[in-house]
Design a protein around this ligand. Sequence first.
Ligand code: BGC
Length: 261
Amino acid sequence: MYPDLQGKTVVITGAGTGLGQAMALRFGQEKANVVINYFKEEENPDDTIKEIERSGGKAIKIQGDVSKEEDIKQMIQKAVSEFGSLDIMVNNAGIENEVPSDELTLEDWNRVISTNLTGMFLGCREAIDYMLDHGIKGSVINMSSVHQQIPWPHFVHYAASKGGAKLLTETLALEYAPKGIRVNAIGPGAIDTPINAEKFADEKLKEGVVELIPMGYIGKPEEVAACAVWLSSSEASYVTGLTLYVDGGMTKYPGFQAGKG
Ligand code: BGC
């Protein structure tokens, strides 16, 4: 537990499901004020709100598309009007789809880049602008991926968005370090979330993924959420510009295990 997170206000994009939802629940356990941004009604943020309230935190929801400037502005405004501040911004919303790159339509390219990268930029910009105006030494966390480093055929739009997330994070970390605003990224590997549900329902495909993970298992959303609360807390006060890989070793060249090479 991180006592300094109690009463802090955190906005999490894409928190209706998956990693965003796991982080919302964990921030709730830390007794933070959580603003849950979600995209579709089916994501059922009300259950997440109830669970957060049961664990002693406070939570509200706001629908919105992170690629729309107005929607991001409204999220921050709602956080401030409801809870009086914004201390932590988690730019988590992300999408992916598999398609050979020579068949990738411009529409799909734009859809993924505008959610994953433009949405992240807008979230960073609006949060940092608020923090600067109010003298808040806040924390921004960008949800990147192992694919900011590992090339990923059939997912070129996704990999390009995450490669962009890396330098977006590092550049902003450098730019706002003098103001005490920390900007970090988390790079999850293969985690058991709805984005992967179809793939992991197929035992063969799942086995193929597990082979790429030195620790030998698919990660749990809670294992990512645990890193997000640490990174946002004062325990990480001197950490900025980092990508914290939460990947069971996936970025460490698993093909070289057992003395190969
Ligand atoms: C993707 C997952 C994938 C994992 C490892 C993540 O960024 O969202 O679908 O399984 O990377 O390749």
